[in-house]
Design a protein around this ligand. Sequence first.
Ligand SMILES: CC(C)(COP(=O)(O)OP(=O)(O)OC[C@H]1O[C@@H](n2cnc3c(N)ncnc32)[C@H](O)[C@@H]1OP(=O)(O)O)[C@@H](O)C(=O)NCCC(=O)NCCS
Length: 148
Amino acid sequence: MPGMTYRKATSADYPLLGALNHQLIRDEGHRNPMNVAQLTERMRRWLGTGEYTGRIFEENGQIVAYALYRAFAEEVYLRHLFVVRGRRREGIGRRAVHLLREEIWPRGHRLTVEVLCANTAGVAFWKAMGYREYSLSLEIMPDKRTLP
Ligand SMILES: CC(C)(COP(=O)(O)OP(=O)(O)OC[C@H]1O[C@@H](n2cnc3c(N)ncnc32)[C@H](O)[C@@H]1OP(=O)(O)O)[C@@H](O)C(=O)NCCC(=O)NCCS
């Protein structure tokens, strides 16, 4: 991935990021029911207010990945990382995380990410990137009436 470049997402990218977010939700198996228009609007809110920062990774002028993160005083929370379909398992995700850590994010921060347990590719990827298990989120769905 030597030719991979990155840039900060701008308002012109919100529709594209909304569409890619929609693919990410499908690919990671998330329950979020929002459509592309709603996700685009959420991007506008998140990025327009500066709550989150988006970075777009490109190769030969083509978008190959995007990342969305939020920097706190002592933590960088990575909310989304998405590598386009058809370009996975080529090292693009690894390179993106490398660039984020080496060139983009502040140093010395705790790095966090949340991943759905059923997203086995995502779990394997984050572990390969050096992230370690810290907390476990548990639930009972409202339709599950069985009591212990
Ligand atoms: C998860 C994701 C970002 C990984 O990006 P990628 O470019 O395919 O990953 P890389 O090629 O850089 O893989 C780096 C390492 O991660 C691990 N890994 C990546 N994908 C894997 C998979 N499907 N199964 C097992 N291990 C995997 C491997 O150790 C891999 O190294 P190797 O190829 O030398 O074995 C990408 O699959 C994706 O966008 N998935 C859909 C969205 C998603 O789930 N995002 C993460 C949750 S926010």
